[in-house]
Ligand binder design. Structure first.
Ligand code: SF4
Length: 391
């Protein structure tokens, strides 16, 4: 049987120089030996899925992909070239400001990586320390210049707000400095207290309190300043510039700025993707897969010549459509009814009429003959709104 190739690829690099205080992603501070073993296993995993992949978007996330050294990156990039996996319209690599060098940036750029997502989080050295980040504010400025010098003209900065100890003035200063850098994209998330993280333990121990009102005010300040600086919000936490008229994906999606992250839009719009690397999830032909969240185990499986899949799940049509509805509502554009029907085979106006009416009455959403979307007030609580759509 032959299938349409999958056009979106996520690769997880599960290593960090040091574990941050708030982080629940699968990553570990590790020795060079395990990293080298991981690279060989990843190459094997690329070989196993290459025949059904034709990536239009690629995202290397982590962990800290920029932690891999020049030789390891060369091995990965040469493998991708050999297997015809390069040439994506959008190819992002996440970088930590402490691990960007001009040589590495040039190597990535020369093989077709054209977007960098940099984990800045804050421009305040005391808060960076509080979060357990390994970089300083100075490293952010230096790395940004290095990336520009290597030819990257599409850079995202990740920021974090409502960090314990962060005042509105410090947040305002961080926003000013981030916006002044002139990146093409900005992502900003409220601190989340995940089980089993040092920050969660500190919260449990009463070392600080969560101030929801302050978090709301910081979010509003983010939206206001980003828009004033020429960014267009297209998702709860994501803002992009719009100077470039339409790549093909942009043209397909009215209301989405040109520098929006097309890889993430594919997730929010219910598209398929392959996920490689430890802990990575994939969604291909209606089946969700999850790789082992254990790098040793991941390597062992691939050394035996098989995928390192821990679990697979086939969702029913309605359950999958409900999830897709929930994801898409995170976007300012919400769901055009026809697009939703094309993607899921279900009609929002029938199955979810009651939920839509309830949100509209609450002032959290609006609808017209074309589609349904959350209002700015609803977007702030999109997770609660989206839960209503799950089946
Ligand atoms: S750098 Fe990112 S992935 Fe690594 S520990 Fe920190 S937050 Fe987690």
């Amino acid at each position: 049987m032959s299938f349409e190739p999958v056009t979106s690829l996520y690769v997880h690099v599960p290593f960090c120089a040091h574990k941050c205080a708030y982080c629940a992603f699968y990553s570990e501070a590790s020795s060079g030996e395990l990293i080298q073993r991981y690279v060989q296993a990843l190459i094997r995993e690329f070989e196993l899925v290459a025949a059904e992949l034709k990536p239009r978007t690629i995202f290397f996330g982590g962990g800290t992909p920029s932690l891999l050294n020049l030789r390891q990156w060369s091995q990965i990039l040469e493998t991708m070239e050999r297997l015809n996996l390069t040439g994506a319209a959008e190819w992002t690599v996440e970088c930590n400001p402490a691990t960007v060098s001009l040589d590495k940036a040039r190597l990535l750029r020369s093989h077709g990586v054209n977007r960098i997502s940099m984990g800045v989080q804050s421009f305040d050295d005391a808060l960076l320390d509080r979060l357990g980040r390994i970089h300083s504010r100075e490293m952010v400025f230096k790395s940004f210049d290095t990336l520009r010098a290597a030819g990257f003209d599409n850079i995202n900065l990740d920021l974090m707000f409502a960090i314990p100890g962060q005042t509105p003035a410090v947040w305002g200063q961080t926003l000013d400095e981030a916006l002044a850098l002139g990146s093409e994209h900005l992502s900003s998330y409220e601190v989340i207290y995940e089980d089993d993280t040092p920050l969660f333990a500190q919260l449990q121990a009463g070392e600080f309190e969560v101030d929801e009102e302050l978090a709301c005010a910081m979010y509003e300040e983010l939206v206001r300043r980003a828009e004033a600086a020429g960014f267009q919000q297209y998702e709860i936490a994501n803002f992009a510039r719009n100077q470039l008229g339409g790549s093909p994906l942009t043209a397909e999606s009215p209301g989405i700025p040109a520098h929006a992250c097309k890889h993430n839009i594919n997730y929010w719009r219910g598209g398929c993707y392959h996920g490689l690397g430890p802990s990575a999830t994939g969604y291909v032909r209606g089946v969700r897969t999850k790789n082992w969240s254990n790098t040793q185990l991941y390597c062992e499986q691939l050394e035996k010549g098989r995928r390192a899949i821990e679990s697979t799940e086939k969702l029913g049509a309605l359950a999958r459509a409900g999830e897709t509805a929930a994801f898409g509502l995170r976007m300012n554009a919400g769901w055009p009814f026809e697009q939703f029907r094309r993607v899921t085979g279900q009609d929002l106006r029938h199955e979810w009429r009651g939920e839509m009416d309830r949100l509209i009455k609450q002032g959290w959403a609006r609808a017209d003959s074309e589609g349904f979307q959350l209002t700015p007030a609803g977007l702030r609580f999109a997770d609660s709104a989206a839960e209503l759509f799950l089946r």
